[in-house]
Design a protein around this ligand. Structure first.
Ligand code: NAI
Ligand code: MG
Length: 365
């Protein structure tokens, strides 16, 4: 089975870390005989915006919509294009148009990475945040009345559909089922948000009946954020609405070290549309051009992509994709422990030094 991957570097360090991501994917593809074809995309960038006045061509959808996955760097260059224009004109369009309703972020503390939490060792932090990515608190429903007067009134609605709630819960239960600890934390706030959150809890309770092997822990979002910092060993898979998940999925990776390590996946698990794999970080204009960006987040995102592709029911060699994922993770682990290290990890190595070291290691693992 062959997979088509749209390669979209975007802006700034997206253009520097992408070649390292591809270097590592090429290396595992050779090692494990994966059949991947790239489609290189130079739009969805502020350079393209400067030339044309828009972030993407009118036929962007047919150009990438048939691909199996989108491998995405970072977008944004605030000095030239306002962030809401660059983000809504590209990345956020992909997420919405391709119904990528799961935002998945692994959080893991590696040996050799300084942890901002006191007394934590590798193994203490190893969990996934599953964020609902299409509805919930993020809607355009609402309005203002009596603007500019003392009676000014602003309303912003949340939307929780049964389909939207159940599909993210389903994904999280299945993920927890596949992990050794089989533990799911459900973020809620049903004490304060008295309509939508009790509904969320109700759907979670109902689904829990179908997964008797999973322990389910319901936690209010306020104490849950405190426990990310104070008791990270409690977590295995954490599922949350769009807003709560947004917060948790930034806090989680921050608890486990530098932003240069954090990967993410925006998934349409039903595979009706391509899913998107990207580092959590942005285009980092402050370090662009110096060749010192940490490529690990980009490389790890590539590993998530291969793992996802290998789970395609029509893919007969899924096992090889899973091994490719594991090989990349294990190579990342070794490089973080032993170096080379980029400046954000306290070293003096360059972007390509890490990419090359990881690519060499995956050939031998
Ligand atoms: P940023 O993530 O680009 O940078 C934040 C800080 O982290 C900077 O000091 C940067 O040097 C550092 N950093 C980020 N990635 C790094 C890496 N791989 N290695 C070493 N250091 C790294 O966030 P910022 O500065 O708020 O945004 C810059 C631009 O990126 C904006 O236009 C923003 O809208 C865009 N952005 C795009 C995202 C995306 O494409 N998904 C996500 C976040 C921001
Ligand atoms: Mg965020």
């Amino acid at each position: 089975k062959s997979f088509d991957i749209a390669v979209i570097p975007g802006d700034g360090i997206g253009k520097e870390v992408m070649p390292e991501g591809l270097r590592v994917i090429d290396a595992v593809a050779e090692r494990f005989s994966l059949d991947l074809a790239y489609r290189h995309i130079d739009w969805a960038s502020c350079d393209y915006y400067d030339e044309t006045g828009s972030m993407m061509p009118p036929d962007w959808r047919p150009q990438i919509g048939e691909c199996d996955a989108l491998y995405f760097g970072a977008v944004g260059w605030p000095a030239r294009v306002p962030d809401h224009v660059s983000l809504w004109g590209s990345l956020l369009k992909f997420r919405r148009d391709f119904d990528q309703y799961i935002n998945l972020r692994p959080v893991r503390l590696f040996e050799g990475v300084p942890c901002p939490l006191a007394n934590r060792k590798p193994g203490d932090i190893d969990f996934f945040v599953v964020r609902e990515n299409t509805e919930g608190e993020y809607t355009a429903l609402g309005g203002r009345m009596f603007e500019g007067t003392e009676r000014e009134l602003v309303i912003q609605e949340s939307v929780f559909t049964r389909t939207g709630t159940d599909r993210v819960l389903r994904y999280a239960f299945e993920l927890a089922q596949s992990r050794p600890r089989k533990h799911l934390t459900v973020a809620t706030k049903s004490n304060g948000i008295a309509v939508s959150m009790p509904y969320w809890d109700e759907r979670a309770d109902l689904m829990a009946q179908q997964y008797p092997g999973i322990t389910v822990d319901r936690q209010h979002i306020d104490i849950l954020t405190a426990r990310f910092v104070l008791q990270p060993t409690r977590f295995d898979v954490v599922v949350a609405s769009n807003l709560f998940g947004d917060i948790l999925s930034d806090l989680g990776p921050a608890c486990a070290g530098t932003i240069g390590l954090a990967p993410s996946a925006n998934l349409n698990p039903d595979r009706l549309f391509p899913s998107l794999f990207e580092p959590v970080h942005g285009s980092a204009p402050d370090i662009y051009g110096k060749g010192i960006a940490n490529p690990v987040a980009m490389i790890w995102s590539g590993a998530l992509m291969l793992d996802f592709l290998g789970r395609d029911p029509t893919c007969p060699d899924g096992e090889r994709y899973r091994r490719a994922h594991d090989a990349i993770l294990s190579a990342i682990e070794t490089v973080l422990a032993k170096g080379p290290r980029t400046p954000d990890l306290g070293g003096a190595a360059r972007t390509e030094d890490l990419g090359k070291a990881i690519a060499e290691l995956v050939k031998t693992i």
